[in-house]
Design a protein around this ligand. Structure first.
Ligand SMILES: Nc1ncnc2c1ncn2[C@@H]1O[C@H](COP(=O)(O)OP(=O)(O)OP(=O)(O)O)[C@@H](O)[C@H]1O
Ligand SMILES: [Mg+2]
Length: 289
């Protein structure tokens, strides 16, 4: 790689060159900006090269997220507009002509009610789109993360299926500056995914941990379900990516948005011997913005 870049530098006769590329590191795909600079001493003799690598993955992810939000907002807007007149027209037809057709009465009835029903379904879908696009900015306040985790877990413990919920909290965790509702939303999305991934006797585990040295609060949602193939791991956090029949694919997009809003970091790992772990790290000290 460097050799190629140095050759380009020589051909172009320049002292510095920049190139964006994707590399694989530890199973993850990273987009990095490579910057090569020729070093010279005071008399202009070449003494070597300096290479600077910048990880752009996070920046690109944020940019893509913004682009998706914009798309979602426009689609929602454009689709929503004609829906009301379509529905009203179908309702008006029903009111005016219902019972007026002798033979084909049932056809008229079926068709108009299908129109009305489908319009309602479209409306629900569009509303989900636009709620994603208009997700409120987070409103952080001092909160006990362990309490939020316990509260969320309690919502599931009474569930119908036989899934085992395990909760392990680190009592040393300090109070964090976080948005309670949004962190709950994160947990609910991750737990819903975990439940969908495990079989009836599966285990879903919630963990909090205080990484004191790094000043990080760590939350993990672990399942012993089907696991996630490597090629899917990359697309996971993108909006509208789903492998489920009725999935919107917005769950993890929303999760990663909220985590980013909290200056945190989320990643996904394989669980041993099977299943998946989602790991969230949140800064303990408030970060000045
Ligand atoms: N714990 C998990 N185990 C296995 N696969 C997962 C897990 N969590 C997420 N996935 C995969 O990631 C995809 C995207 O998840 P995401 O929550 O964004 O959307 P979804 O769950 O499909 O839809 P929705 O959240 O609207 O129900 C899922 O369709 C699934 O394939
Ligand atoms: Mg989901």
């Amino acid at each position: 790689l460097f050799r190629d870049m140095i050759r380009d530098m020589n051909e172009l006769g320049v002292e510095t060159i920049e190139k964006q590329m994707s590399v694989e590191a530890g199973g993850a795909h990273l987009t990095v900006l490579v910057n090569l600079n020729a070093l010279r001493d005071e008399s202009g003799n070449y003494i070597g090269m300096v290479a600077v690598l910048d990880d752009l993955s996070h920046l690109l992810k944020t940019q893509r997220m913004f682009a998706w939000k914009e798309v979602a907002r426009r689609i929602a807007h454009e689709i929503k507009n004609p829906l009301t007149p379509i529905k009203l027209s179908a309702q008006r037809l029903r009111k005016k002509y219902s019972g007026k057709f002798q033979e084909d009465g049932h056809v008229f009835d079926e068709c108009t009610s299908t129109i009305i029903k489908q319009v309602d379904e479209l409306k629900t879908l569009v509303n989900e789109f636009s709620s994603f696009a208009r997700m409120p900015a987070s409103n952080p306040s001092p909160n006990d993360l362990n309490e939020i985790v316990a509260e969320t877990a309690a919502l599931y413990k009474a569930g119908a299926r036989k899934i085992t919920f395990e909760v392990s909290i680190d009592k040393r965790l300090p109070i964090l500056n976080i948005d309670r509702d949004q962190i709950k939303r994160v947990l609910i999305n991750l737990i819903d995914n975990a439940i969908a991934a495990v079989s009836d006797d599966g285990i879903v585990r919630l963990e909090t941990r205080y990484a004191e040295g790094l000043q990080l609060a760590v939350i993990e949602v672990i399942d012993n379900g089907a696991g996630i193939p490597a090629e899917i791991k990359q697309k996971l956090f993108e909006p509208y990516f789903s492998t489920k029949k009725a999935g919107t694919g917005l769950g993890l997009a929303i999760v990663s948005n909220i985590v980013a809003d909290h200056n945190g970091y989320i990643r996904v790992k394989d669980n041993a011997p099977r299943g998946t772990r989602f790991i969230i790290e949140l800064p303990v000290k408030a970060v000045a913005i």
